[in-house]
Write a protein of this length. Structure first.
Length: 334
């Protein structure tokens, strides 16, 4: 029996090679297409990532700004809270103190009433004594003068010659004597300072009394050290202005006139004019006392000039006629 011969198969025939070639071509085409599109995709992705990063950085910056504002507001709120706590603690302390005082005042109400009654009684007695003393005429007892100058006044007015001769030669002594006069009056109800022309040292107190306090006395002396308004070397205007402005029947007033010469005018005319202005009351006392002080500036070779002699004569007579004293100094050295 004859066997049929097997048919030989050739796996590398043309059909197989065609299939394989097409497959490899397709793969190569895919690789080419992928390589061409890849840079565009990467570029698009890079752009998208850059924009995202910028947005995120902007949001971070905004968040940091908001955080700074919130931290500042928090610090302010904490500071306000601390202040309020301190205020609350202080108010609690004051409330406790008030409660304690209220408790004490309730317990001591009766004692406080007794004290108030005693004070009212003492005040009434003092008021009656003051009225009695004011109703009595002023008596010039031996103890009512210091160095020959009566010091019973409640108000004092300085009338100071501010001329060049006084300012250049005797101003240190003027300051010293003003201080000494203030010292002999430990406390008065009012002070005033004018120059010989009637000009006020303190314009805001023109026509009014300067309150007497230790601080005000120091201020007066400090201001006086450099105070040099115009002067005609005649005290007449200042004396007349002071009497017209400040005389009062219910006040005891003293004028202190400081100067060195009386350059022009009639002595008798001045004396008569002041006598009319400073008339005596029913008890024989003038409205104001006039104390005068002569500064030896007008020396001429050991003697006095005629103006200094005229000043001394006028001041002595004014002091004598108006319940005051005349003091003639023998040196310009403080």
């Amino acid at each position: 029996m004859s066997r049929r011969k097997r048919r030989e198969v050739d796996i590398f025939n043309m059909s197989f090679l065609d299939v394989v070639s097409c497959g490899f071509g397709a793969i190569i085409l895919l690789l080419v297409l992928i390589q061409v599109s890849e840079p565009r995709v990467i570029e698009r992705l890079a752009v998208d990532l850059t924009g995202l990063i910028e947005r995120l950085e902007l949001e971070i910056h905004q968040l940091r700004g908001e955080t700074t504002v919130l931290n500042r507001n928090l610090a302010e709120k904490q500071e306000q809270l601390s202040t309020q706590r301190q205020k609350l603690a202080r108010l609690k302390g004051e409330l406790s103190s008030v409660r304690g005082e209220h408790k004490i005042s309730r317990n001591d109400h009766q004692a406080q009433t007794i004290i108030e009654q005693q004070l009212a009684s003492a005040k009434q007695t003092l008021s009656e004594e003051v009225k009695r003393l004011y109703s009595e005429p002023v008596r010039r007892a031996p103890g009512s003068a210091i160095g020959g100058v009566p010091v019973d006044s409640e108000y004092i007015v300085f009338i100071i010659d501010t001329s060049g001769s006084m300012g250049q030669e005797a101003w240190g002594l003027v300051l010293k004597k003003v201080g000494e006069v203030l010292d002999i009056y430990p406390h008065v109800k009012g002070i005033q300072v004018m120059n010989d022309m009637g000009d006020y040292m303190y314009s805001q107190y023109k026509g009014r009394w300067i309150p007497d306090t230790p601080a005000r006395r120091k201020a007066i002396l400090k201001r006086l050290a450099g105070w040099f308004p115009f002067s005609n070397s005649s005290p007449v205007e200042g004396i007349q202005a002071a009497i017209r402005q400040f005389h009062a029947t219910d006040k005891r007033i003293s004028l202190y006139v400081f100067g060195d010469d009386f350059a022009s005018g009639s002595i008798q005319t001045v004396i008569d004019t002041v006598a009319l202005l400073n008339r005596a009351d029913s008890t024989g006392n003038q409205r104001v006392r006039i104390h005068t002080v002569g500064f030896p500036v007008q020396f001429d070779g050991g003697g006095l000039s005629i103006n200094a002699v005229r000043y001394a004569a006028l001041m002595r007579k004014l002091a004598e006629d108006n319940g005051g004293s005349f003091v003639g100094l023998n040196s310009v050295r403080p």
